[in-house]
Design a protein around this ligand. Structure first.
Ligand code: BES
Ligand code: ZN
Length: 617
């Protein structure tokens, strides 16, 4: 024993010396996924000055934060991600700041010393090449092919790579911004927006209503505007503008429907930016300006329920916001329910029943993947120590929506709608958690009738896995005919009825999803030759067809599949398609090849996800 003693001394001296030379670590809160001490010092307003540099692919900016330090905390801590911090001033005095070690998932904490009475700080910084909120597109990645393009995607914890901030949905800020972009480009934010280009490339923005940081957004490109009515319109690249405006012409009707259900729209204008195809998700509910994938522009308005969804977030999410990502069902479940209510009004019940059924199929597929007892199938999630990005699935959306639908059917629509209105009005511009939402429900929907509430199994819906047995089943009457066509096709290999001529996108989706796999070469060829599916211009139908093609080894579709994957960056399509390819050896090689060639068109987060998926054993 004694012989080891000096060695132990030596080792502990080494450790002590190492930690003494290190600056103190900044505590990271695993519950909020944040380094910030927003509980003691709270940011309230941002003045942002930014210059967008397409050559260096960076934003050079100054963030001026107004904050309240009611607890007299000695430091304010902010979230950052790969930001170079040049200079920090607090109430006009330059201070020494400290940036903690970089973490791939969460970035670095930025700690700034305060003294009593401080209320404003200014940070000069430059964004980094690892910024997860930013996607820089080369001219070739745009429709016009002449100018580059930049857009942001800050939900859920990416805002910190755009601006140092308290990156939690529990706090709300207002913001003003002055943004300088190259001449000839338009800049847009989730704020009051210009409708034409400024000759000097300078733009001023104001968001005077308080929003969480994940709703800060910026897009810069060769973008033009076309009004649909006085409060709505479409922004997109010039060559897409007429088509996009035509596709989205029902926005005013949707808005009217939304307001008739949940009360007045409070954000002024409601516009949509149709982004380039590499936009990583379907849509993002940035206030006043939804960002959307161009893959919803099908030519027949059949995919616009996505806009109803993002619009619905103007109430559920943007007005009343999940305080913590573990309660994402409060954002996405309420929104999915509300989206379907809007669609019922604008497209009719039988159409909407198809949306409910397809959503239900997505839900069942996730139950299947997770296993019905898995904790991630609960509405109230346990995200402690997990990056919220990796925990989202169809569960908060579709289980959340079915839960609310079940409440509606049991309480009656009139009563349920009154409750919804009261909820949004009572908590407008505030954050919400599951417990508070349930309490409000107890008081305003069940009026204290706990017996009735328990009969509806409310606690089981929220805190239990899987689907409680009192869920309201879907009733997709229009799919009955689709099933019978499919059954007969699977028996005889041809389709004899002309009924398909009247099928909408959703009937096709149901048909393709339910076909057994693998299909024979002759069946695939028959469908392709008769309905031109490999060349479908409808992204949802194309993606469903490609999935079936991969699992049936229908190689004739592969060149089109490859074209699709080299252009479209929408995660919802990429994950299942690459996932399907991974199932066989030959297709795995194809997946690797396509990914290597296409990943430059994918958002950094999506590329990471697909890479992980492909390399998983
Ligand atoms: N808010 C979400 C997008 C989101 C969720 C971004 C979680 C980051 C983390 C948006 O409203 C959404 O749900 N978009 C869907 C489309 C919708 C119709 C289901 C999408 O992008 O697929
Ligand atoms: Zn959503």
């Amino acid at each position: 024993m004694r012989t080891h003693f000096p060695l132990i001394l030596l080792v502990s001296a080494f450790i002590a010396c190492q930690s003494a030379s290190k600056a103190p670590a900044i505590p990271f809160n695993k519950y909020t996924s944040s380094y910030s001490n927003f509980d003691s010092v709270t940011c309230t307003k941002l003045d942002w000055t930014a210059k967008v540099d397409f050559e260096k692919k960076q934003i050079v900016a100054t963030a001026v934060w107004h904050f309240k330090n009611t607890t007299n905390a000695p430091t304010i801590r902010l979230d950052t991600y790969d930001l170079s911090i040049h200079k920090v001033l607090v109430n006009n005095r330059q201070v020494d700041f400290y940036l903690s070690q970089f973490n791939e998932e969460y970035g670095s904490g930025l700690s700034i010393p305060l003294i009593n009475g401080d209320s404003i700080l200014s940070i000069e910084y430059t964004t980094g090449s690892k910024a997860k909120a930013l996607q820089w597109l080369s001219p070739e990645q745009t429709a016009g092919k002449v100018k580059p393009y930049l857009f942001t995607q800050c939900e859920s914890i990416q805002a910190r790579s755009l601006v140092p901030c308290q990156d939690v949905p529990a706090i709300r800020i207002t913001y003003n911004a002055d943004v300088q972009v190259p001449v000839g480009m338009l800049a847009l934010m989730s704020a009051k927006n210009p409708i034409e280009k400024n000759p000097n490339g300078t733009y001023h923005f104001e968001m005077e209503l308080p929003v969480p940081t994940y709703l800060i957004a910026l897009a810069v490109g060769d973008i033009e505007y076309k009004a649909i009515d006085s409060r709505s319109g479409v922004y997109t690249e010039p060559s897409m503008l007429a088509k996009a405006a035509n596709e989205l012409s029902e926005i005013p009707q949707m808005m009217q429907a939304a307001e008739s259900i949940c009360g007045p729209y409070r954000w002024g204008k409601y516009d949509v930016l149709v982004a380039p195809p590499s936009f990583p998700i379907g849509g993002m509910e940035n206030p006043r300006l939804t960002f959307s994938t161009p893959t919803i522009i099908a030519g027949d308005k059949s995919l616009v329920s996505l806009i109803a969804h993002e619009m619905a977030h103007s109430w559920s999410g943007n007005l009343v916001t999940n305080a913590n990502w573990k309660d994402i069902w409060l954002n996405e479940g309420y929104t999915t329910y509300f989206e379907r209510r809007i669609m019922e009004k604008v497209a009719g019940k039988s159409y909407n029943d198809m949306l409910w059924e397809l959503g239900y199929q997505d839900l069942l597929s996730d139950f299947d993947t997770y296993g019905i007892t898995h904790a991630d199938t609960k509405l109230s999630l346990d995200l402690n120590g997990r990056n919220p990005e990796n925990a989202f699935s169809n569960i908060p959306y579709e289980k959340g929506a079915v839960f609310l639908k079940t409440l509606e059917e049991n309480c009656g629509r009139a009563k349920f709608d009154k409750y919804l209105n009261d909820y949004f009005n009572h908590y407008a511009f505030q954050s919400m958690n599951t417990e508070l939402a349930l309490k409000f429900m107890d008081q305003n929907l069940f009026n204290g009738d706990t017996l009735f509430r328990n009969k509806l199994k409310v606690r089981e819906w929220i805190y239990g896995p899987g689907l409680p047995d009192n869920f309201v089943p879907t009733n997709p009457s229009r799919f009955i005919a689709v099933d019978s066509v499919r059954n007969s096709f699977e028996k005889i290999g041809v389709i004899t009825t002309l009924e398909l001529k009247n099928w909408t996108t959703h009937e096709w989706l149901h048909f393709l999803r339910k076909l057994g796999r693998p299909q024979s070469l002759s069946s695939m060829t028959y469908l392709d030759q008769n309905f031109n599916l490999s060349k479908s211009q409808n992204s949802e139908i194309a993606a469903e067809w490609f999935k079936l093609s991969i699992s049936s080894n229908y190689a004739i579709a592969y060149p089109e599949l490859e074209k699709f994957l080299s252009k479209v960056g929408r995660k919802k399509f990429l994950e299942p398609l690459y996932g399907e390819m991974k199932k066989s050896k030959e297709n795995s090689a194809m997946a690797q090849r396509i990914f290597a060639a296409s990943k430059k068109n994918y958002h950094p987060l999506t590329a990471i996800k697909i890479e992980k998926l492909l390399n998983k054993k």
